[in-house]
Design a binder for this molecule. Structure first.
Ligand SMILES: CC(C)(COP(=O)(O)OP(=O)(O)OC[C@H]1O[C@@H](n2cnc3c(N)ncnc32)[C@H](O)[C@@H]1OP(=O)(O)O)[C@@H](O)C(=O)NCCC(=O)NCCS
Length: 400
């Protein structure tokens, strides 16, 4: 059984529109580049975890035909926005169980032009007839207090609920969060949108679900990310350079919703994130104040605010004050989403859970170029998908 797990190689493709590439092209590109980054080949890989939501299943085996069909176990995973993180955890768990010492995880999605997404992550249908249907026999969708059952609707309500409970929020405050992430994206050439946006541009854009305008929503786009993970024992057999660039997975946590009274009415993205963060800090033996950067799931600007609180980056109820203090800008005490976040970098759903780890790894390795957070030693990556599944990983720089 392996005690410690390391990310040996990692890659993300450019996020954006890739009309000339399918999921296999994109996933294979990320996988081959991650293997190269790790300095290993498919012959070293003992397990593949592969995630894709929209492509019809079996993505892992399809990828094998492109990157090397070696007969190893393949796990195809589907776990809403936490799909990439779940694929990574699948590889990590196999190593921890002692089945292999090296695993490959890939997450890939083609989502450009998908339009509004429903509660399950799939494209929302234009239902014209309202008849009781489904397991609960409801006439309209039950997700969200006004039955929106769209992602923007649900996450807008979650931000509004936080403001109602604790105060301090406004349309402008949520837009300022987006202004920060779009400003950060100007330093990330792999982001789908890299244009700095003024507060006026953000607030004046198309309103999707109040208070989130279009640039305050995660961008539907195409992309893939992949990672190679190894056991500490395997790492010791590799070169000093591989050991120096390896990033320690100090915590790898996945949670789902605990029981609660209101879960059929307004999906709760808070408690499972709080539970995941608590477990992750305990597993890693670090606290929020030790984090040099955080990549959290800003699927909407409203979501970023509530996750400051859920991840314990601020006091309970203090997310608005925390943001207003400037803490989450790249120059602040706890830089959040220096990649540009999902609002600018984009959100090809199954790739996101590995892409946010890619970002953190690059800072810990000192390889983040113009957007490097100097001296970064510890970082946290978070994703949450409705349904619900939340992944939190805490990563630490190698001591070498
Ligand atoms: C908000 C949303 C409905 C906009 O979709 P859309 O109206 O089809 O918009 P498009 O993607 O066609 O973009 C139109 C233009 O708006 C601008 N734009 C769109 N999203 C943007 C963003 N996040 N930031 C900056 N500009 C953006 C771009 O200029 C874009 O044109 P271009 O890509 O050719 O440059 C869609 O992105 C969305 O539903 N996002 C949320 C996805 C989601 O729910 N994911 C799961 C979350 S848990």
């Amino acid at each position: 059984m392996a005690d410690d797990i390391w990310i040996l190689g990692i890659h993300m493709t450019k996020f954006g529109k890739h009309p000339d590439k399918d999921v296999v092209d994109l996933g294979a590109e990320a996988a081959m580049a991650a293997l190269k980054d790790a300095g290993v080949t498919m012959k070293d890989v003992g397990i593949i975890g592969a995630g894709n939501l929209m492509g019809g299943g079996g993505i892992g085996q399809q990828l094998q035909k492109q990157i090397g069909q070696t007969g190893v176990p393949v796990y195809n995973v589907s776990n809403a926005c936490a799909t990439g993180a779940t694929a990574l955890r699948t590889a990590i768990m196999a190593i921890k169980a002692g089945e292999t010492d090296c695993g490959l995880a890939v997450g890939v999605e083609k989502l450009a032009g998908a339009g509004l997404l429903g509660g399950g992550g799939v494209a929302k249908s234009d239902k014209k007839e309202y008849k009781p249907s489904g397991r609960y026999g409801s006439v309209t969708n039950t997700d969200g207090r006004i039955g929106t059952n769209t992602m923007p609707g649900v996450f807008a309500q979650i931000g509004m609920e936080y403001g109602h409970k604790y105060g301090g929020t406004s349309f402008e405050l949520f837009a300022k969060i987006s202004e920060k992430n779009h400003a950060h994206s100007t330093l990330n050439p792999l982001a789908a949108y890299t244009k700095k946006m003024t507060l006026e541009e953000i607030m004046g854009d198309v309103m999707i679900a109040y208070p989130n305008t279009r640039p305050m929503c995660s961008a539907n786009c195409d992309g893939a990310a992949a990672a190679v993970v190894v056991s500490g024992e395997k790492l010791k057999t590799l070169s000093l350079e591989q050991q120096r660039r390896a990033v320690k997975v100090s915590a790898s946590i996945l949670t789902s919703d605990p029981w609660e009274e209101a879960c059929q009415i307004l999906p709760d993205v808070n408690q499972l994130t709080k539970n995941a963060a608590k477990q992750a800090y305990e597993q890693a033996g670090v606290g929020p104040s030790d984090l040099n950067l955080v990549e959290l799931h800003d699927c909407f600007a409203t979501a970023e605010l509530v996750h400051y609180d859920n991840l314990g980056l601020c006091e309970e109820g203090g997310a608005a004050d925390f943001f207003n203090s400037g803490a989450t800008w790249r120059t602040g005490t706890t830089p959040v989403n220096v990649s540009g976040g999902l609002e600018s970098k984009g959100h090809p759903i199954s790739a996101t859970g590995i892409a946010n780890i890619w970002e953190v790894c690059h800072h810990l390795r000192g390889e983040a170029g113009d957007r490097q957070i100097e001296g970064a030693r510890v970082g946290l990556a978070h994703v949450i998908g409705l349904g619900s599944a939340c992944g939190v990983h805490i990563l630490e720089k190698s001591g070498l």
